[in-house]
Design a protein. Structure first.
Length: 155
């Protein structure tokens, strides 16, 4: 089997596929970060996960998380039944929204409060911490992640 045949059969095993997922994660993370920063005012809380309760470190940590969660999404996106949706933007947006809701519940609703409790002396939020604005931010993240990933895959 030639390299070109291998890449055509398994595009998710190429550097281009993972670069597209990373770019989609950064774009989605940037848009979600604007909601977190301008609407919720919690970017410092993200920085405090790493011991830096400031906006700059919060942005860095948030974008790092956005890429990590995008790469995990890219791993799920490789699942054979989802292959037909990879270059279909609306379908991919829907898959991304589902991913965003999962992240909202697990990462923002459970992991982040537990992490903040472990590293902070302030009272942690209740578990699960399901702020509706955070939910909308995560839905935005997922929608943009899925849409941009599909658009990059398609073109």
């Amino acid at each position: 089997m030639t390299v070109q045949a291998h890449e055509a059969e398994y595009p998710e095993l190429t550097a281009t596929y993972w670069m597209n997922i990373t770019i989609a994660g950064l774009v989605a993370g940037l848009l979600m970060g604007i909601v977190m920063f301008r609407v919720m005012g919690i970017m410092q809380a993200v920085g405090s996960l790493y011991g830096f309760a400031a906006t700059g470190p919060g942005w860095i940590a948030h974008l790092f998380h956005a890429v990590v969660f995008a790469l995990i999404f890219g791993g799920f996106y490789m699942w054979a039944p989802l292959k037909v949706f990879r270059d279909r933007i609306l379908a991919s947006v829907t898959i991304g929204i589902i991913w965003g809701v999962v992240l909202w519940f697990l990462a923002a609703g459970v992991v982040m409060p537990l992490w903040l409790e472990a590293v902070s002396t302030t009272a942690p939020p209740a578990l699960p911490s399901l702020n509706p604005v955070s939910g909308l931010g995560h839905v935005l993240y997922g929608a943009v992640l899925g849409g941009v990933a599909a658009a990059l895959q398609k073109y």
